[in-house]
Design a protein around this ligand. Structure first.
Ligand SMILES: [Zn+2]
Length: 321
């Protein structure tokens, strides 16, 4: 797995505003509190009343957005649920065909589970904002990226990773921050970033334990469960503690293994990477994983509530669609 980065980066100039001290705008003075004398009358009173209400609504939305982002996202999800249903009703056959073509996981699902998978994928897709950076958007892009998130969380009740509103899609490897090694994808508090060429490669070869889509979604899932309180799945959160009782032991043992063993050296670099690489191998090489690291494989099944080596995949039913 090439280098990526997880979690918080504050760019040197990413969100800085400044006013030029010299240049064309020099010397211009703007008064923010300019007063305008308006004619009196009933028409003006109505206009003032409407203006006050609009201002109050605008400020309320702004304050909720700023100080209670999780409430804002819940409201947003409520409004988007109708759109998701309409999209599902209209596009299900086409989405089914695309998922069959690209996703081995989807092909392995029983028919009833396939419909549930598409429903979840459509809801995930309609609640996210996809930003395309130097690449032409295609319909399959948001669908397949959303499907990757749904694959990882298919055994969980809460699968929307609410904190992340934006998913950025780049064309190829890209440079980020001061890192000299190009990235295939990364996750920050601002969003999930994926390079499309590498995303597709992950599914072209679904047997090598290298899948940048699953890797970054694993980081994103950990982020919403342990770094922010916005999108947590309580079952996953609690079971992850039990997963780590096994995972930490394997991770510590890897520190003295030059080869890195079955999971490789990148998994030994940080526990966050260990988790993400476990996810990649859990889905792409389950049989080898189970033979090489049986206790860790069992812990993965429990924490994700699924096992792709079983017929029904889910270990216990999930009530939420
Ligand atoms: Zn990573």
């Amino acid at each position: 797995m090439p280098q990526d980065s997880t979690y918080i980066f504050i760019g040197a100039n990413g969100d800085t505003f400044y006013l030029p001290l010299e240049g064309p705008g020099q010397g211009i003075t703007v008064s923010p509190f300019k007063t305008v004398r308006a004619p009196m009358g009933e028409q003006k009173q109505v206009a003032d009343w409407m203006g006050n209400w609009l201002f109050a609504i605008f400020m309320s939305v702004l304050l909720i957005r700023l100080f209670f982002p999780h409430i804002f996202r819940r409201l947003r999800l409520f409004f988007y649920s109708h759109k998701a249903k309409a999209v599902f009703d209209d596009r299900q056959p086409d989405y089914h065909a695309i998922l069959l073509q690209y996703m081995p996981y989807y092909r392995s699902l029983p028919p009833g589970q396939q419909e549930r998978f598409v429903r979840r994928t459509v809801v995930f897709m309609t609640t996210k904002q996809f930003e395309y950076v130097e690449i032409e958007p295609e319909e399959r892009m948001p669908l397949l990226i959303s499907a990757t998130a749904v694959q990882l969380t298919f055994g969980l009740e809460h699968y929307l990773m609410d904190h992340f509103e934006k998913i950025y899609v780049m064309h190829h490897d890209y440079h980020f921050g001061f890192n000299s090694v190009p990235f295939q994808g990364h996750v920050t508090s601002e969003g999930i970033y994926l390079s499309w060429a590498n995303f597709l490669k992950g599914y072209d070869n679904y047997m090598d334990g290298d899948n940048v889509g699953l890797h970054e979604m694993a980081h994103a899932l950990a982020y919403v469960n342990f770094n922010v309180d916005d999108g947590r799945d309580d079952g996953f959160h609690n079971r992850f503690i039990r997963f780590s009782e096994t995972g930490r032991v394997v991770f510590e043992n890897m520190q003295s293994d030059v080869s890195g063993g079955f999971l490789g050296r990148y998994a030994a670099s940080r526990y966050e990477e260990f988790w993400a690489v476990c996810v990649e191998n859990f889905f792409e090489r389950p049989t080898s994983f189970k033979i090489q690291l049986p206790e860790l494989y069992a812990a993965m099944c429990l924490v994700l509530n699924q096992d792709t080596l079983t017929r029904n995949i889910l270990l216990s039913p999930v009530e939420n669609v």
